[in-house]
Design a protein around this ligand. Structure first.
Ligand code: PNS
Length: 166
């Protein structure tokens, strides 16, 4: 029986930390679905369509990585896809409380879906979408911390606007 995992998140934007976790998940499971939450924020930096395009381009050569969107309860989406696991990345102790709360709530909602935590490479333990947006908004470089397509699009957004929301 083939194994399927869902890797959910906002991915606004996709970082190399996310990419690292997706590659690890793709080695552990037969298929992994990158599931982008719809309407997570009222004014995201990248639209959901842009985030889907970015992820599809980054994983174009990884046939066992699928990119999709979802809304509603994650466990309902996961079961609908036939996934047995939810993958989440854990960077530091500071992630743990929120992640444990989500994992246990998801288990309460559906005990059949197991949450699997994976650690990214040490290089990315300080990288988050929020901090990437803040650095770019203030004119800093995030090269090597995000895929090059994200870096390009962040630059374009910065040059296209007078302010880039952090
Ligand atoms: O990238 P993020 O913002 O940390 O991802 C959070 C996400 C999308 C995994 C979480 O908000 C989520 O699962 N939302 C769907 C709603 C849901 O199922 N909530 C109950 C479980 S906590």
């Amino acid at each position: 029986m083939s194994t399927l995992a869902v890797y959910p998140g906002s991915f606004d934007p996709l970082t190399n930390g996310h990419v690292d976790i997706i590659h690890r998940g793709a080695r552990l499971f037969d298929r992994i679905v990158v599931a982008i939450l719809l309407n997570v924020e009222k004014s995201p930096l990248f639209t959901v369509d842009e985030r889907v395009d970015i992820a599809r381009e980054v994983f174009a050569n990884n046939p066992n990585v699928e990119v999709d969107t979802f809304d509603g309860l994650l466990v309902d989406y996961a079961r609908g896809k036939g996934a047995s696991a939810i993958v989440r990345g854990l960077r530091a102790i500071s992630d743990f409380e929120y992640e444990m709360q989500m994992a246990l709530m998801n288990r309460h909602l559906n005990p059949e879906v197991e949450t699997v935590f994976m650690m990214p490479a040490e290089t990315y333990t300080y990288v988050s979408s929020r901090i990437v947006k803040e650095v770019v908004a203030l004119g800093g470089s995030v090269t090597n911390l995000v895929p090059s397509i994200v870096d390009d699009r962040l630059r374009r957004k910065r040059h296209g606007r007078t302010t880039l929301r952090a």
